[in-house]
Design a protein around this ligand. Structure first.
Ligand SMILES: [Zn+2]
Length: 142
């Protein structure tokens, strides 16, 4: 679905992670940022991001921390997490209007949108405000 976006952000995330490397396709390894990984061996890397059931997951084989990759992204960089969310949203709703994309949130009562008639009134109010000016320009050309 939007796997390529996830992969892009896993690579961005790698900038913040110690000894980050892509082991193979859909498998990344680095020092666990949650527990800090081994204190005696600075080269031990027991944090993994891998693909499971179409979802990228994080797992540390030292502390056992386990979470979706997006959750790790949020912990490491809330700003990157926000950008990721927006990109996934755009990818999933690229063909839809904002109104159609927001519809599920409206149905759950999380968002209220002005009714179409209110919007129409606002648009026509703006248009009538602008009309005399544009008409004047056209009339002056004649
Ligand atoms: Zn750990």
């Amino acid at each position: 679905m939007s796997a390529w976006i996830d992969v892009k952000y896993i690579r961005f995330l790698g900038v913040y992670l110690n000894l980050f490397k892509e082991k193979q396709q859909n498998l990344w390894n680095f020092r666990c940022p949650i527990c800090g990984d081994s204190t005696s061996d600075a080269t031990k890397c027991r944090g993994y991001i891998y693909l499971y059931n179409n979802t990228y997951l994080y797992k540390c084989q030292r502390c056992g921390d386990s979470r979706p990759f997006v959750s790790l992204l949020y912990i490491i960089s809330p700003e990157l997490h926000k950008q990721h969310k927006m990109e996934v949203f755009k990818e999933n709703h690229g063909g839809k209007s904002i109104r159609a994309a927001l519809e599920p949130l409206v149905q759950r009562g999380l968002v209220t949108l002005p009714s179409r008639s209110i919007l129409k009134d606002r648009i026509s109010a703006v248009e009538t405000l602008g009309k005399p000016v544009s008409e004047m320009v056209i009339e002056n050309r004649r």
